[in-house]
Write a protein that binds this ligand. Structure first.
Ligand code: SF4
Length: 230
């Protein structure tokens, strides 16, 4: 006979597993990483880790950008983060250091995070492309298409509750739209069951400080959504 307490835990475990599988399907993945010895509640723990995935793709040569990169820029932060920030591609400093959002734009992102009581280590930060496009040009559609599965896998592993797309290119790539950033920001989008918000890229704020007010409105919305997660 199963006790009420155990029964409730089983229901909770099955609900977790069901949500996990639904998200896999929504994200278009046809593989599920489950250790056969694990209970349903341990499905998340049994999944491939970010480090496993890093090792798997760190020498990626799927598109021509590998030829000009100094470093592959995987992403950084808390592998259990509830919030993920996604930019478009590494710039010069990121390419040299192998980390996303370093240099002046990264410092500004840190300040934005601090303004809503987050530290960089608490969130996860990544880009759509893992290698720098030459001369910091915009990523090409075929580069995005080739590299995006890497980001999708990171999202699948981290399972954030909220994604914040930084800049037009990241927002358009994730939401599969050509709408301008002005029409995408200021609202909550659904990204395969994950809340997605859009705001300006910190590098754009350095060039156009007049966007800072709108960015502040966006990050306040982000913080409200985060606080509502409970
Ligand atoms: S940009 Fe992405 S797909 Fe292209 S080589 Fe780098 S990691 Fe691979």
């Amino acid at each position: 006979m199963v006790s009420d307490d155990r029964y409730e835990k089983m229901i909770e475990a099955f609900a977790l597993a069901k949500n996990f599988l639904k998200q896999q399907v929504d994200l278009g993945f046809d593989e599920v990483y489950i250790n056969k010895k694990s209970s349903p509640k341990k499905v998340f723990k049994a999944a491939k880790t970010l480090n496993d995935f890093f090792q798997e793709i760190k020498d990626c040569k799927k598109c021509h950008l590998y030829k000009t990169r100094t470093n592959f820029v995987f992403g950084m932060g808390n592998p259990n983060a509830k919030i993920m920030f996604v930019g478009e591609a590494p710039g010069r400093e990121e390419d040299l250091q192998g980390e996303p959002f370093v240099g002046k734009a990264g410092q500004l992102l840190d300040k934005i995070l601090a303004a809503i009581n987050f530290r960089r280590e608490e969130v996860y930060i990544a880009n759509i492309l893992k290698c720098r496009p030459p001369e910091n040009r915009d990523p090409l559609p075929d580069e995005i298409q080739t590299c995006e599965p890497h980001l999708l896998e990171q999202i699948r592993i981290i399972q954030p509750k909220i994604i914040c797309a930084l800049g037009r290119i990241a927002a358009q790539a994730l939401l599969k739209t050509k709408l301008p950033l002005g029409q995408l920001r200021g609202k909550i989008h659904d990204y395969h069951g994950i809340k997605l918000l859009v705001t300006y890229h910190p590098a754009a704020l350095l060039r156009y400080p007049q966007y800072k007010r709108a960015t502040w409105e966006d990050v306040k919305l982000l913080k409200r959504e985060y606080d509502n997660l409970g």
